[in-house]
Design a protein around this ligand. Structure first.
Ligand code: FAD
Length: 458
């Protein structure tokens, strides 16, 4: 029997370990990533010519980063790596690709496809969030990690989740002035979820370390805050927030980094026809898969944060497990011991993900109080008031209908940043359960590609 044609989308921790497993079993997968180099988000590599040591770029994760990079580099010659290549559509057993720098579009046919597309920042809008100088936490970290750039000289970090404290620590450590850390989660909420977090002691201790370090270095940390507005005409000049006791405070700054955890990148899973299931905590619809990563579509597998956000270590396990599932399904099963070990590992990942959600809940409640003029969909300039009117005046309670009538989520980012908030606003305005607003359907191209790159059917 001929070797199966295997395509992996994503060369992060999940994609790397999947590719490694295939090579170990004598197969040569195609690995496609829009990034210039492998590593994914957490282990993003510096551009060629940059040579900061791993410890300076990745901190505590330096060893793991070097492990994942080394594993990928060792596959050179044994895989077909296509960097700087966007998968913009999937149809009829083939992924459609577009090179980042322009040039010929292509199709790569597969018998088995692993989607290891990772995650992106979770955004909840607030007045002034589109002012120049306001970035997501992930973007702030990428600037630092990739090219050693800071987003500003006096930065406020705001939101919730482990990335909040990590990025503030990384900025302060790199010499930037961190004006304040504004955590939307109350101390009481964290304390209530402490027992669950203790189930993952390493992560807990790392979090405590960042917190302690920031306090020791004089960084002001406020818990239980509510964002009020980012001020500034041409660029941000201050962040105004309400403390847990309801007092309004203003902190001068020249940049804000904000975010509320991560959300899975699921557009490709949607385009290929996977069924989705609603996850009430995050209020995200996620592609369904069995314990090993088999989706509801034959030949399509899901791994890493693109399936469910569980962090890099678990993404590595999920990538290998998905590859073993493919091997099993094409009649080349791997040893049972390894399977059992990986499944146990991923079970721990589920507990870890659950603990994080309990300690750092997404503050959906902010959406109900947003002033009507707050920009919701920045690509199309749709406001919170427009979304509420879509329900009140046009009875558009389902998000795809609201998109058609108001242009929410119609722009460049395809609703990546506004879709989840928009769904909550629609449901709250209609007085319905958030799941009833459904999810924005994936549309090709998942990210913008030049018109000249569109494939013309022959
Ligand atoms: C901005 C950001 C910063 C983060 N920082 C940290 C951190 O400091 N510490 C931490 O513990 N965790 C961090 N995380 C979480 C961590 O990155 C993930 O848990 C981990 O990387 C998941 O691995 P993965 O392989 O599933 O996905 P990723 O590492 O995200 O890799 C996915 C890869 O898929 C590629 N891709 C996606 N869609 C396409 C497409 N359509 N076509 C081609 N390629 C595509 C991407 O370019 C990317 O390289 C961060 C996440 C983000 C989004």
């Amino acid at each position: 029997m001929a070797d199966p044609r295997i395509v992996i989308v994503g060369a992060g921790p999940a994609g790397t370990r999947a590719a490694e497993a295939f090579v170990r079993h004598g197969l040569r997968p195609v690995v496609i990533d829009e990034a210039q180099r492998s590593g994914g988000q957490i282990y993003r590599r510096q551009p060629p010519g940059f040579s900061r040591p791993a410890k300076a770029v990745y901190g505590f994760e330096a060893g793991r980063a070097e492990g994942v990079h080394g594993a990928f580099d060792a596959l050179a010659g044994s895989i077909d790596h296509r960097p700087e290549t966007l998968v913009w559509n999937i149809q009829a057993g083939a992924v459609h690709t577009a090179p980042a720098g322009g040039g010929a579009v292509g199709r790569v046919e597969y018998d088995a496809l692993i989607l290891a597309t990772g995650a992106c920042d979770r955004v909840i809008p607030f007045p002034g969030w589109t002012t120049a100088g306001v970035y997501t936490l992930g973007a702030a970290q990428i600037a630092l990690k990739y090219q050693a750039c800071a987003i500003g000289g006096r930065v406020v970090f705001m939101g919730t989740g482990p990335l909040l404290y990590l990025v503030a620590y990384q900025y302060a450590k790199a010499g930037a002035k961190v004006a304040a850390v504004l955590d939307t989660t109350t101390f009481a909420t964290k304390l209530g979820a402490l027992r669950r977090l203790l189930a993952v002691p390493q992560a807990f201790l790392k979090g405590l370390y960042y917190l302690g370090w920031l306090r020791r270095h004089g960084v002001a940390i406020h818990e239980g805050v509510t964002p009020v507005r980012a001020e500034g005409e041409q660029a941000v000049t201050a962040m105004v927030f309400r403390t847990a006791r309801g007092q309004e405070r203003r902190i001068e700054c020249d940049a804000v980094g904000f975010g509320y955890g991560l959300q899975s990148e699921t557009q490709l899973a949607d385009l290929v026809g996977c069924s989705f299931v609603y996850e009430p905590h995050s209020r995200q619809w996620l592609p369904e898969a069995d314990a090993d990563g088999r989706s509801s579509v034959a030949g399509v597998y899901l791994a890493g944060d693109g399936r469910r956000v569980r962090g890099a270590d678990f993404a590595e396990m999920a990538g290998e497990l998905a590859a073993l599932a493919v091997l099993h399904d094409v009649g080349r099963p791997a040893a049972g011991d390894r399977l059992a070990e990986l499944r146990r590992g991923l079970d721990r990942g589920l507990r870890w993900g659950g603990a994080l959600q309990a300690v750092f809940p997404v503050p959906h409640r902010f959406l109900g109080d947003l002033p009507a003029e707050t920009v919701l969909c920045r690509c199309e300039g749709v406001t919170v008031g427009d979304a509420r009117r879509a329900v009140d005046d046009l009875d558009a309670r389902e998000i795809n209908r609201a998109k058609a009538l108001s242009r929410i989520g119609m722009g460049r980012c395809q609703g990546r940043y506004c879709g989840l908030s928009a769904a909550t606003i629609l449901a709250e305005t209609a007085g319905a359960d958030p799941s009833t607003a459904m999810r924005l359907r994936g549309q090709a191209p998942v990210k913008p590609i030049p018109l000249t790159q569109q494939e013309v059917p022959s």
